[in-house]
Design a binder for this molecule. Structure first.
Ligand code: UDP
Length: 346
């Protein structure tokens, strides 16, 4: 990738995917301005980025008027990525009003900034716009099956509204817009308490705690390693002359949560105990991206096999737990098979 002519603004750049994106842009020689409210970010993500000379951090919340440190620099921005929003169901449901406003108010403010400055704009949307999908895999033309009243709606509908804003700006020629629909992404630099399935299961496995499976574990997801996701985002942003259409960014390998537990167990880090918890309301039963468009338009597809990505992620989490002074139980497999320790209302 050649670095764009001006700095890149990354809203949400201290978060999980955002910090990987900032690092990739900096390593390619870019100047990066990160705007983040540090709501769900890890402080150490930021510390690592601050070692790069081309990196500037601005503290601010996209639901509020943009800080002067951003508006004053705005004419120089060549690219604006919007990753500002909590993405873990536990975290985005903790303050649903803020989640909705982050997507709507935050996106419109950043789109207006792109309009004023001529910066190219990329919205990170989500597979959640498909809701509980009725077709598999999900292509971009599928309009989705989303509850507008349930506990996930603040995120799902917030992202749908953000897409609407982005495409209206594009249709009116107000901004050069890209929209990535990101499917479940995992990897190093997630929070220990993120609450999503990969980080939960890995932390539990490494700590010798029972693995929490919500429901009966037959629901599926398709997990994409973060480096692959970031590669897809940068390709989408830098692709010239692309139609303003959403593009799915995700891995096509669909597995059940029970199978995910099997893979983690086979890595030798998992304890043998499982505890079932109730399936959260509106939890989608199946999810798998159709990535034909990403392949055709971006020449992109994920390269990291799940087992390899999980092994790298486990290693990172083990280091993180140790550096937090927490015990790590590795290779804790006592006997073949697994014990079920509780039924917990699944
Ligand atoms: N899940 C689970 N155990 C956990 C956390 C999540 O079984 O400790 C399930 C959750 O119910 C969902 C899937 O794993 O079916 C993925 O959940 P996650 O929160 O990672 O992301 P989502 O795709 O639901 O946004």
């Amino acid at each position: 990738m050649t670095a764009p002519s001006g700095p890149t603004l990354v809203a949400g750049g201290a978060g999980f995917i955002g910090s990987h994106l900032c690092r990739a842009l900096l390593e390619a020689g870019g100047q990066v301005v990160c705007l983040d409210n540090l709501q769900t970010a890890r402080a150490s993500n930021l510390l690592a980025l601050e070692r790069h000379a081309g990196f500037t951090f601005v503290h601010g919340d996209v639901t509020q008027p943009l800080p002067e440190a951003i508006t004053a620099r705005a004419p120089g921005f060549a690219r604006i990525y919007n990753l500002a929003c909590a993405a873990s169901p536990d975290l985005y449901q903790a303050d649903p009003e803020h989640t909705m406003l982050t997507n709507v108010v935050g996106t419109v403010q950043l789109l207006r900034l792109a309009e004023q400055t001529g910066a190219r704009f990329l919205l990170t949307s989500t597979s959640e716009v498909y809701g509980e999908p009725e077709i598999h895999p999900q292509p971009e033309h599928y309009r989705g099956h989303v509850s507008c009243t349930g506990p996930r709606a603040c995120y799902d509908e917030g992202k749908r509204a953000a897409e609407t804003l982005a495409f209206d700006f594009a249709r009116r020629g107000r901004a050069d817009v890209r929209v990535a629909r990101i499917f479940n992404t995992y990897g190093p630099q997630m929070r220990l308490d993120d609450g999503r399935v990969v980080s939960n299961l890995i932390c539990q496995a490494l700590s010798g705690e029972p693995l929490t499976i919500y429901g009966d574990g037959s629901q599926t997801r398709s997990f994409c390693y973060v480096a692959d996701t970031v590669d897809g985002l940068i390709r989408l942003m830098e692709c010239e002359g692309i139609d303003p259409q959403p593009v799915n960014i995700g891995n096509q390998q669909e597995i059940t949560i029970n199978e995910l537990v099997e893979v983690l167990s086979s890595l030798g880090t998992a304890p043998l105990d499982i505890v079932h918890r109730p399936l959260p309301m509106d939890d989608p039963q199946r999810r798998r991206p159709d990535i034909s468009r990403a392949r055709a338009v971006l020449g992109w597809e994920p390269l990291t096999p799940l087992r390899e990505g999980l092994a790298m992620t486990c290693e990172w989490f083990a280091g993180e737990l140790r550096s937090n002074g927490l015990p790590v139980t590795t290779g804790a497999r006592a006997a073949p098979g697994r014990r079920r320790v509780a039924a917990g209302g699944a």
